[in-house]
Design a protein around this ligand. Structure first.
Ligand code: K7E
Ligand code: CUA
Length: 677
């Protein structure tokens, strides 16, 4: 709890720098500075009909989704619905996907996503899956990169603020999640003042290499700091994971001031192989923990939720050699490991340098017991024993670092709004590029992996102020594409993003472009409401529940006229798109429905729940312009009073129905089989 003058003046310095930058925004910026001389347009131009070179996956931040953009053009290709309901796709509205958003807090239709992370093989993005974290209700999700659909969501128990997540180990054995907010574990009713005594942090290691089977492999219980970001070691540091923390002061109020007192906070260096060994030796315990695991079944297109009730918990005191603390200035944010696996780069939000630890020095410091005390039994290593170097005068507010694979590092500077290029090993600053404005993360395709594709860096900016046509008080965030193929950075392109792109990942399009699923096989569809052909459509009643099975095909629904529904029934429209053709998508919307439409990929089934409240005739129609006769793709459902005797009819006029029932009677009399519908 020391309050030094130096700390104060640094804080004031940062604050006044912030004010200066704010002023800077509104007037003096030469808006076309540092453009690649004349040829920038040509470098990002992707002619009509041609493909972008990279897929980039940008977190949507507080919209809870992922935006997929092409690079270098910056064209938006798709939104992947993850933790948020999305009316554009029906995600979280249709009955099939609702269980994906189930948590111990109930059905949560929203989250705040921060960090997309590609799966890796031998430390290189492999194009199998993309993971992303839910920050508010701690969760991790898996997105299948053949369908660009979320297929699995795991809730993280004993956690609050799943921010340091879901960074992967080099072969995707584990992804991780750490508590940003320490909380009582298990959470319970205690005085907030008892923070230092009762609040703890957890690090979760999540098995990730088997689709449909994500689970908490183990959790590590740590002192009650704020755990912020993480990255796995690779090469020589493979088997280790590094997490930044701030608030080593363990303040529980006015953190802005009270968590900025200590000159250094910590990076937690975790030997997860040691953790595995301790578990094998029976040194862990089973702790109660409630959490949901939700999986979308590929064949039935139906998500299922399973509630789990315990986790494997490791206490550092019962597993010596598992966790060490590396003192690191000053409320560090990002921690990034260079492609060789030797350097551990921290971003100290309020630091005046970029500190870089050395993994080999870390190993030696542990062997030589170069400790500087401990925190709750966790050894603290001497700063001088692990530090490899400091980048001097890098700029203000270093947050995150990516690498180009050619020995250079690029660090985002939030306060001074720039990207700074520096050299690994000599720590000298090589170049600076102003960005507009207040960059958070930055991203080089593969830039956190063993083999970066070091052609571009994308600056992910928080504030756009005067950069675009103004749109009221709230403006978009933005991305800026910078060419890093030469000695000097060249600004190429500026494009707005939907949502706040905290972090992003990208890979060469060639890795996944030809693996895309074009349609779901109808013959393999096992949804309870599926129809494989038009003639299987129909309506049935079971008490107050009515199930309508429908086929959608250019350009009609079958059946398309429905009667016998009553006010207060619970009606399920199960609509199957029976097309077996790429990109022929149908929609379904019914007048009076209280949630979204359905959007149905070829070969898939989606179900809309509807409780009609008043009698009448309600039209429904296809919402996705699918053919020249798309406007003809419609139908009606008649709603009669509760208890009425309107017969159940699907697609059949009364006259025809009467004729059919007459025929059926005759058939029955002749002991022949009746015609189905
Ligand atoms: Cu720096 Cu959430 Cu990764 Cu945003 S975090 S910037
Ligand atoms: Cu089907 Cu429009």
């Amino acid at each position: 709890m020391k309050k030094t003058i130096a700390v104060r003046s640094l804080l004031v310095g940062a604050a006044s720098a912030l004010a200066a930058v704010s002023l800077f925004y509104s007037c003096a910026v030469p808006k076309t500075a540092n453009l690649a001389a004349g040829d920038a347009a040509g470098k990002v131009y992707v002619p009509p009909g041609s493909y972008d070179q990279y897929y980039a996956f940008l977190s949507g931040g507080y919209n809870g989704q992922i935006g997929v953009y092409g690079l270098p053009s910056g064209r938006l290709l798709k939104f992947v619905s993850v933790f948020s309901q999305n009316p554009e796709t029906g995600w979280g509205y249709n009955e099939e996907s609702k269980p994906m958003l189930q948590t111990t807090y109930g059905f949560i239709p929203w989250d705040d996503t921060h960090h997309p992370e590609l799966s890796q093989t031998d430390g290189v993005p492999d194009g199998r899956w993309l993971f992303i974290n839910g920050n508010n209700t701690p969760r991790v999700a898996r997105i299948d990169l053949t369908t660009f659909e979320t297929t699995e969501i795991l809730q993280i128990p004993n956690s609050a603020g799943g921010h340091a997540s879901p960074f992967t180990t080099p072969n995707t054995k584990y992804i991780v999640s750490a508590t940003r907010f320490s909380v009582p574990i298990p959470n319970n009713d205690v005085a907030i003042e008892s923070y230092k005594k009762n609040f703890k942090g957890t690090l979760s290691f999540i098995t990730a290499d088997q689709p449909g089977k994500m689970d908490i492999a183990f959790q590590i219980l740590l002192p009650g700091f704020n755990y912020d970001l993480g990255h796995a070691g690779k090469g020589p540091s493979d088997g280790w994971f590094f997490f930044t923390s701030y608030n080593s002061e363990q303040a529980n109020e006015k953190l802005e001031l009270n968590a900025s007192q200590n000159d250094k906070d910590f990076i937690a260096a975790v030997n997860y192989r040691q953790a595995e060994q301790c578990i094998a030796q029976g040194k862990s315990r089973t702790a109660p923990a409630e959490y949901f695991h939700n999986v979308m079944d590929e064949k039935s297109h139906q998500a299922r939720s399973e509630k789990k009730t315990s986790v494997t918990m490791l206490d550092p005191s019962s597993c010596p050699g598992m966790v060490y603390y590396l003192p690191t200035p000053k409320s560090p944010h990002g921690v990034d490991i260079d492609p060789s696996g030797e350097y551990i780069v921290a971003g100290g939000k309020l630091a005046t340098v970029i500190p870089v630890h050395s993994f080999s020095k870390l190993q030696k410091a542990i062997a030589d017991k170069q400790f500087d005390g401990d925190v709750d039994g966790i050894p603290v290593l001497k700063y001088s024993a692990t530090i490899a170097g400091e980048v001097q005068k890098p700029g203000l507010g270093p947050l995150h670092t990516e690498f180009d694979g050619k020995g250079n590092a690029y660090t985002s500077m939030f306060i001074s709004s720039e990207i700074v290029k520096w050299k690994l090993g000599t720590w000298e600053v090589l170049d600076r590029m102003p960005v507009y404005y207040s960059v958070g993360h930055l991203m080089i395709p593969g830039g956190d992996s063993k083999k970066p594709w070091g052609q571009y860096v994308l600056s992910l900016n928080k504030i756009t102020k005067d950069r675009y046509l103004p749109t009221g008080p709230e403006l978009s965030q933005s991305a800026q594409l910078i060419d890093i193929s030469g000695d000097k950075m060249k600004m190429l392109l500026d494009f707005p993003t939907i949502g706040e792109p905290h972090y992003a990942q990208a890979l060469p399009a060639a890795l996944i472009k030809d693996k895309q699923l074009k349609y779901y096989k109808l013959s393999e569809n096992t949804n309870v409401g599926v129809v494989h052909a038009e003639k299987e459509g129909g309506i049935s009643r079971n008490g107050r529940r009515v199930d309508i099975k429908m086929a959608a095909i250019r350009s009609h629904f079958a059946p398309d006229n429905l009667e016998g529904v009553q006010v207060g029934d619970t009606v399920y429209f199960h609509v199957t798109n029976i097309e077996q053709d790429w990109d022929i998508v149908h929609g379904f919307a019914v007048l009076g429905a209280e949630n979204s439409e359905l959007i149905i990929a070829p070969g898939a089934t989606r179900t809309l729940k509807w409780i009609p409240k008043a009698t009448g005739v309600y039209p429904f129609y296809c919402t996705d312009f699918c053919s020249a006769l798309h406007q003809e793709m419609q139908g009606y459902v008649r709603v009669s009073p509760a208890g009425s005797n309107t017969p159940l009819i699907a697609n059949i006029s009364k006259k025809a129905a009467a004729q059919i029932s007459k025929n059926e009677k005759e058939h029955a009399q002749h002991s022949a089989a009746g015609g189905g519908r």
